[in-house]
Design a protein around this ligand. Sequence first.
Ligand code: ADP
Ligand code: ZN
Ligand code: ZN
Length: 737
Amino acid sequence: MYADIIVDIMTDQLDKPFQYKVPSEMESDIGVGVLVTAPFGAGNRLITGYVIELHEEPRYDPNKTKCLTDIVHSKVKIVERMIKLAAWLKNNYGSTMNQALRTVIPVKDKIKAKEKKSVRLVADEETVEDYLTQLGAKKNAVARVRLLEALKEEPIIEYEIIKTKLNIGDSAVKTLEKAGLVEIVAESLYRNPVDEQVGEEKRVMLNEQQRKAVDTFVKDYSEGIRKTYLLHGITGSGKTVCYMDMIEHVINEGRQVIVLIPEIALTFQTVQRFYRRFGDRVSIMNSRMSKGERYDQFLRAMRGEISIMIGPRSALFTPFADIGLIVIDEEHENAYKSETAPRYHARETAVYIAKECNASVVLGSATPSMEAYYRAMEGEYQLFELNDRATGGKLATVHTVDLRQELKDGNRSMFSRKLQELIEDRLAKNEQIMLFLNKRGYAGFVSCRSCGHVMKCPHCDISLTEHRNGKLICHYCGYEQAKVTECPECGSKYISGFKAGTQQVEEAIARRYPGARVLRMDMDTTSTKDGHEKILAAFANHEADILVGTQMIVKGHDFPEVTLVGVLAADMSLHVGDYRAAEKTFQLLVQAAGRAGRGSRAGEVVIQTFSPDNYSVEAAGRQDYKGFYEEEIAYRSLMGYPPVRNMLKVSFTSKNVEKLEKACEEVKIKMQTCMKKGIICVGPVPAGIYKINDEYTQVMHIKAADYEELKVCKDFLENDVRADGVFDDIYLNYDFN
Ligand code: ADP
Ligand code: ZN
Ligand code: ZN
């Protein structure tokens, strides 16, 4: 028997399986996913690797094939499943095997992360009081008393704080530890974020539509029917309540559940609801955790200590032994698609995992992705609609304002007359306002009014952005230079920024409404660690009247005091040169509108736009998902875009422009030989921005009816074309649909 093993998933230089002979005494224990040791390289240094395939026949001369040395971990079924999953990711989305393995197999940091320690009170109240009395007025007991008093207030305190803020030395802590009153714990150990005081999640009587969704799921599940379900319901329509009933049914059968929630919506409140319902069977993952902490979570899952994992995209790879259900909330979010190879989509990957594990998938959204709704319409997914807010309350009234008309009527301000009127009204009533601009910072380019020259980044061929500090910055590579006072082309003094960012909005408010308190949330104000939460918390506390921000402010946060939402320029996301522009615009506008009137008072929304007739703007104004879907799917169908057809974008990147151009010419010719009827291949052509960070990129788009045909094209590039040496020094990236 011969085993193909991947020797080191951390280096792409070794991205190919190496074949070894399996000694006969190891044959009964070997299998895919087994971790083995083997001699490697000229020096025969001992390395570890995963078995990814087994063969009866050797690929090379059996006399030159080395033998495996030992088995580190015997066959673990979960690891076998993960390796199979990696192979699927590689195959379906294009990547190296190592990239795929690194995506699905949690690796512990090589350098052990410095562990944050904390001190936890473990004795009960009585014991602590007794001890304190015993200590009495003993002279050397001050530190111990102070620590116990502090722990009575807060049962877990970071060691660092104890040392610095409380000024308590190691010996006091040690003494208390010996006495059995406290415990020194590594953060990862006590990281069971369940607060025992939270109590039970109140059970609600499901309404008729919720009942139907949950009953259907439970009935199907009990009969062994596994499916993908789509819950289409506005925020607050009670989707989460449905998920929880479904989850309960599945874990009661002893199986496990993965719940994906976009990071931005992974708020304390959301997570707390799951803890209240399911207690310490729940665990959570987020991107702020270190690799080591995530690894610990995965171990807990593997050992069966938890049944529910909540987290962003990567939580999909939780190594549970027996997954019964995968829930994806806010299924339409961009964050569910990986930006690095393999560029997998969590939805499709979940459906694949579910099939492998005999599980079901439940998707939920107020504005389902075109993909999900299309599949529901095609009968591939089962659709449930939740039409009303579960706690009553009405949707906001939407006013759409034509900015062209405002200009014609002489209003050059960035606030239309309608918006001005409503802002004044809300400020007078002490109600809160959100103003949304789909752009970051001073997203203005600098141009010369005399000759038209635009200031560009010397490395990226992209306009520089003027920042408040006077610097001109490239948002792609970070290049910066000082602001110019005269045009480098013609010497004119009339060179300045094109101003339309959240900062300008903030400044305009300050001029027009001097008394109003404003908070701004965008990339610049949230770059610090907790910047995000601090701004949101301040706004929730009504420390400001107006929150100005980019798309970050429209997602997931509930501010009951907000009764007015203004979208300052709905068009901004409409012309970004992407076939999803209309879909993204519609989703953003509906989400923005959904921010108004979450409390007891009704809300109003003003959508300002230069294209009021565009169907995505119009449908958002009516909050009409189906109307939008019908128009959009007709367009996708006509143009041959996903989800009706399939599309693959291949990027070719290199620092060496000559080599790149030569390779792309060859690709053009070679692709002809693999083209079938009905497949359309455009390019490669230089990317919109040809040069970024001194690297050049060309892109090729392939459209086909069938996804499998695109995979054939990818494999053709990877196997046939690559074998001809066309891609030396060229990096390929695949982006499906
Ligand atoms: P979604 O996930 O769709 O945003 P949630 O499940 O969070 O909606 O529900 C929104 C609010 O409505 C929650 O406070 C929830 O407890 C409440 N709720 C949901 N369903 C019902 C119901 N059938 N009866 C009463 N309250 C409900
Ligand atoms: Zn000029
Ligand atoms: Zn640059």
